[in-house]
Structures are given as structure tokens and as C-alpha cells.
Design a protein around this ligand. Structure first.
Ligand SMILES: Cc1cc2nc3c(=O)[nH]c(=O)nc-3n(C[C@H](O)[C@H](O)[C@H](O)COP(=O)(O)OP(=O)(O)OC[C@H]3O[C@@H](n4cnc5c(N)ncnc54)[C@H](O)[C@@H]3O)c2cc1C
Length: 315
């Protein structure tokens, strides 16, 4: 069997709105900038191209992963023997819907979501200040800060199921919680948000407040945000993953160039040419040490693609 035979249903798909690249270097596609390649990388620009691509992926029975901005994703191995696909500019439109409603495509970057809403005299998403990634990725993981997550502001979402059906899901028709949402079961195409009227003073105040909270985070280094979720506690004071890691004396601990950040212990940073293997080893080490010291299981917030911790590959 030839090197590309398994992918032939996908490679034979030549349609407008679909670009497929082989042996693709993913380094610049994740904020962690880790060394990884994918057998195929597909960029889709239209729902029709997406529908056909997903059909061919199912037919080829190869692993596939939907990538947004790559700000919350780790590729476990240095080669992903499958298809990484992403929504292109065709899914990055925004529009004002009247009243307090605003629509954004799933590929819209979070900073431009805030800015475009502001240009329409709307606000409310300032808690996403300095949070990288796309609307699709942020809805899939209910990204947020403080008590807020993006899903709190959703009015409806348009998505494509894995079988290729387009559906409109109203706000009361899906469940979400801290850094989780059912929406990740499908491909989010676009979403309508209910925001509030723009108020310059309040907008600037909130932006400053959230920017200040991020001061000890390593924005100048490649990372993928918080690695672990804060553990759930039934009773008693809240637990913070970063604090548990710090108290386990792991700040600055490194495996090759994958390092627990010296400033914010729930961030891991890439200090050189780290691979997914380095990060998985570091994650497992931190989990073991924290468990040993505090009997707390740290659950991953970041999405790991492929490898032993694989949780998100579509079959
Ligand atoms: C410096 C830094 C700071 C950060 N700060 C925060 C923070 O304060 N709060 C916070 O919550 N996060 C934070 N993060 C993490 C990250 O910014 C968010 O999780 C963001 O929402 C990820 O979006 P993305 O598009 O990059 O997702 P990706 O990493 O590309 O994907 C994440 C998951 O979403 C899925 N996905 C992507 N697009 C879609 C789609 N269209 N439909 C369905 N599923 C999809 C992917 O399959 C994957 O499972 C930070 C990251 C960095 C690097």
C-alpha cells in the first residue's frame, strides 16, 4: 500500500473552498509552537466544502482533528497520521443583527470579536481581553475568566454535526460548564451573541481589570494558557491548580525545553524546540507530584490530540 493510499478519498476531493496540504508543519499553528506535523492539513472556506471533507474523512476512516486558533491544543506526538482541518476566512465574518445582538463566524479571532462588537456599539466580552484563539474554540471550551464564559452570552449557535447536518441550537438547547461545552461534539460554524450597549468608561475599566489579572502570565513565551482546570471542591475554600503546582515546588521544573513557568505555575512554556512527548511527560510528572502531595487529581484544560492522553480525535 502506498504512503497516501489511506487518504485517497480526501486527496481526490478537488472542490472550490477546500485547500489540502500534505506533510504539514504545525509549528506555527499552535500558540505553544511545538514541533509537530500532520499528514494532511485542510482549510475549508464554505459549509459545503466542510460537509464533503467530513464525508470523505469518514469514508477514509482516518483520524481527524478540528483546529481553531491552536491556543488550547497540544499535539501529543511529533507526527499526526491523520487530517487536521480548520475553518478559513470564509468563516470569519461578523455582523450586527440589531438591538443587542451580534453574529460572529467560528473562525473570528477573539480580539476582533471584541473590537467588531465595539464598532457596533456593543460590549460585554471584555473578560476575553488578552485571550487568544477563535470563537469556535472558545465556545467549544467555554473560554473565559472570573465568573464568565463565552457560552453565557450565546443566543444561538449554527453548527454542523459530524454527519454533515447543519443545525441551529438555541441557548437553552445545549449544556456548558466551567471550561466545557457540549458544542464541541460538532463543528461550530457561527454564533449569535446577546451583548449590552457600549459604555466607553465601563468598557475601558473592565478591559484594564482583566488585563491586570493577566500580569503574572507569560505572554511573551509560547504556551497554551492554563494546562489544568482548577479542581472542583464540594465544600471549603476554592483550590487553584497553579497554587497546588507551586506548593509542590515545581515552578521552573523542566523536561528538555518544556518548562513549568516560573511566574505562573499553571502555565507550561516552550523554551526551545519541545515536542508533545516532552509536554506529556511534564504533565504526567506534575499530576503525580500534586497527587502525592495533596491527593488531588489535576484534570487537563488543554486539548491533547493523539497519543496516550488522546481525548479529542474524531474517528
Ligand atoms: C497566553 C494564553 C492565555 C490564555 N488565557 C485564557 C483565559 O484567560 N481563559 C481561557 O478560557 N482560556 C485561555 N487560554 C486558552 C485559549 O485561549 C482558549 O481556550 C481559546 O478559546 C482557544 O481557542 P482556539 O480557537 O485557539 O482553540 P483550539 O486550541 O484550536 O481548539 C480547542 C478545542 O476547540 C475545538 N474547536 C476549535 N474550533 C472549533 C469549532 N469551530 N467547532 C467546534 N470545536 C472547535 C478543537 O477541536 C479543540 O478541541 C489562553 C491561552 C494562551 C496561549
Amino acid at each position: 500500500m502506498g504512503r497516501w493510499d489511506a487518504f485517497s478519498p480526501i486527496l481526490n476531493l478537488r472542490i472550490p473552498g477546500l485547500r489540502i496540504q500534505r506533510d504539514y508543519d504545525l509549528t506555527n499553528r499552535t500558540s505553544m509552537r511545538m514541533q509537530a506535523r500532520a499528514a494532511l492539513f485542510a482549510t475549508v472556506e464554505t459549509p459545503y466544502a466542510l460537509q464533503l471533507l467530513m464525508e470523505k474523512i469518514r469514508q477514509a476512516e482516518v483520524p481527524a482533528f478540528l483546529l481553531g486558533g491552536g491556543a488550547n491544543t497540544l499535539f501529543a506526538t511529533s507526527y499526526f497520521e491523520g487530517v487536521v482541518f480548520t475553518l478559513g476566512r470564509g468563516f470569519a465574518n461578523t455582523s450586527y443583527l440589531g438591538g443587542n445582538f451580534f453574529r460572529a463566524g467560528a473562525a473570528t479571532k477573539l480580539p476582533s470579536l471584541i473590537k467588531s462588537a465595539r464598532d457596533c456599539n456593543l460590549m460585554g466580552l471584555e473578560f476575553l481581553t488578552m485571550v487568544p484563539g477563535t470563537v469556535g474554540g472558545a465556545l467549544a471550551g467555554n473560554a473565559g475568566a472570573g465568573n464568565w464564559g463565552l457560552c453565557d452570552f450565546v443566543e444561538r449557535v449554527f453548527l454542523m454535526t459530524r454527519n454533515g447536518f447543519i443545525a441551529c441550537v438555541e441557548r437553552n438547547q445545549f449544556r456548558y460548564s466551567y471550561r466545557h461545552s457540549d458544542l464541541r461534539e460538532a463543528v461550530i460554524l457561527e454564533a449569535d451573541f446577546r451583548l449590552e450597549p457600549f459604555n466607553r468608561f465601563e468598557f475601558e475599566r473592565r478591559k484594564q481589570e482583566f488585563a491586570d489579572k493577566k500580569k503574572n502570565q507569560p505572554y511573551n513565551l509560547p504556551s497554551c494558557g492554563c494546562i489544568f482546570k482548577n479542581p472542583k471542591v464540594e465544600k471549603g475554600p476554592p483550590l487553584y491548580a497553579g497554587k497546588l503546582i507551586e506548593e509542590s515546588e515545581l515552578k521552573g521544573y523542566a523536561i528538555n525545553s518544556a518548562e513549568v513557568n516560573k511566574g505562573h505555575a499553571n502555565f507550561m512554556v516552550n523554551m526551545g524546540h519541545s515536542t508533545g512527548e516532552d509536554f506529556l511527560a511534564l504533565i504526567a510528572f506534575v499530576q503525580d507530584r500534586v497527587h502525592e502531595r495533596f491527593s488531588v487529581e489535576l484534570e487537563l484544560e488543554v486539548q491533547v490530540v493523539g497519543g496516550p492522553m488522546n481525548s479529542v480525535v474524531l474517528a
